[in-house]
Design a protein around this ligand. Structure first.
Ligand SMILES: *Cc1c(COP(=O)(O)O)cnc(C)c1O
Length: 436
């Protein structure tokens, strides 16, 4: 499969798109031709791994990794992604639990796939590839977990000091020697600028082979389509009804993956994007211009994105707002509503949802009874509530049991170095850990 840039530059192979992450003209890679599946194509696929092998195979056509697809899929979908029925009435709804991976959020899927592909394409024990990742919390942990102990690969995680939760910090700092965790005395934007500066710096590039694991990498997006494909197929086989989806949305990677699964022919009905107080997507579909905005801080912090990058892919695929608003709708949820929703869900379900997932259960509650009975609904649960214990536990007044993978991370020792937000400090930290 060939990939093209959303900004029209030259084509790239799948392997190049994975390694480069972003196109030479600054655009995002999209497949030159979106595959069209028939339901029969999945007839023999009885597990999420089987569905993923079918769904991903057109993209691997001509890749150096073609023969490795089954192994890559096995490494990516190594934990269950069940859909749990919710006790609601009228209608049917379930929660797609995307949080059973090592760092308890859906980003584990994309990070594992990217690590699996990149280590095969670029892993080199003589000259390791160094993945630089700036994180405001969730991404860095998922990427570190995915690359931990992979030969020929290193990860450098930069996070803003004092601005991630205790459990998030643990997930950023508990890995082996090939992961360097840096607590940057600055903001998330400082971390991001530092990554950009390092990637552009001559001297550093002579000493290291850098790459990024940015959320706009096509390798983070494609595997996410697979859990929507699998969930929709399972539901359709059981009920003969196409399920509709509600997806908590920030940078629009997860929501776009759901739209792309539908585009590729999977039995997906309506799609609602549940957003926090960052309103740009809703405003754009309502007629506002698509222009950068600063992000607003909310309780659903992994969705605090002012200017979602993946919209560029969606516009490239489907044209402007007039068309897009027929394909998706958006519900915005402010922090007061998130708090109230977490309490309400705990009362009626008997378990807690994380602040991101609460935007989806809120959007579901806004549906009219007729919308609930016309469609069955699958709500994406993007993280485990125990990851956000500091927010959720005071609201529900009780402790949340910690799931196994998270408990095992919390019991490990941490290793972290503090740096100031400049290249000199970063360079010293790199030499200190990775000197030849
Ligand atoms: C990253 C993240 C989101 C937002 O996903 P996007 O793909 O950026 O839209 C939602 N919930 C959680 C828990 C996340 O970590």
């Amino acid at each position: 499969m060939k990939f093209v840039s959303t900004r029209g530059g030259r084509t790239a192979s799948f392997d190049e798109a994975l390694v480069k992450g972003i196109a030479g003209d600054g655009g995002l890679f999209v497949p030159a031709l979106w595959p069209a599946f028939r339901l029969d194509d999945f007839a023999a696929a009885s597990s999420i791994q089987g569905v993923a092998r079918v769904f991903l195979s057109p993209f691997f056509d001509g890749s150096k990794l073609e023969a490795d697809l089954p192994e890559i899929v096995a490494e990516t979908f190594s934990f269950p992604i069940p859909a749990a029925e919710l006790p609601v009435s009228p209608g049917r709804a379930c929660l797609l639990e995307l949080f059973h991976g090592p760092t308890a959020a859906f980003k584990d899927v994309g990070a594992a796939f990217l690590a699996s592909c990149l280590s095969r394409l670029e892993g080199d024990t003589d000259r390791p590839l160094t993945i630089l990742v700036a994180t405001s919390g969730d991404t860095g942990g998922a990427v570190a977990a995915a690359f931990d102990r992979r030969p020929g690969m290193r990860v450098v995680v930069l996070f803003p000091q004092g601005r991630v939760s205790a459990r998030q910090e643990k997930q950023l700092t508990c890995w082996s020697d090939n992961v360097l965790s840096l607590s940057v005395n600055g903001s998330f934007d400082d971390c991001q600028s530092l990554v950009k500066a390092a990637m552009a710096d001559r001297t550093l590039n002579q000493q290291h082979r850098f790459s990024s694991a940015n959320s706009i990498n096509i390798g983070r997006l494609l595997p996410q389509c697979c859990y929507y494909a699998d969930a929709s197929l399972r539901h359709f086989r059981d009920t003969c009804r196409k399920p509709s989806f509600i997806v908590p949305t920030g940078n629009l990677g997860n929501g776009l993956a759901c739209i792309l699964a539908r585009e590729a022919g999977l039995p997906v009905g309506r799609i609602i994007l549940a957003c926090n107080a960052n309103r740009l997507i809703a405003d754009y579909l309502g007629g506002a211009e698509w222009l950068p905005r600063a992000s607003v801080r909310t309780l659903a912090s992994a969705m605090d994105v002012g200017f979602p990058s993946n919209m560029e892919r969606l516009i490239n695929l489907h044209g402007e707002a007039d068309i897009l608003k027929t394909l998706v709708s958006v519900t915005n949820v402010d922090d007061d509503a998130i708090r109230e929703q977490i309490r309400k869900d705990f009362r009626r379900f008997g378990f807690a949802v994380c602040p991101h997932t609460a935007t989806a259960t809120y959007a579901y509650d806004q549906l009219a009874d007729s919308e609930r009975t016309d469609d069955d609904w699958i709500l994406a649960a993007t993280a485990h509530p125990a990851k956000f214990d500091d927010i959720v536990e005071p609201l529900i007044g009780t402790e949340i049991p910690v799931p196994g993978p998270l408990a095992s991370i919390l019991s490990r020792p941490s290793s972290v170095s503090s740096i100031s937000p400049d290249l000199k400090s970063l360079s010293a930290a790199l030499t200190n850990r990775f000197a030849a």
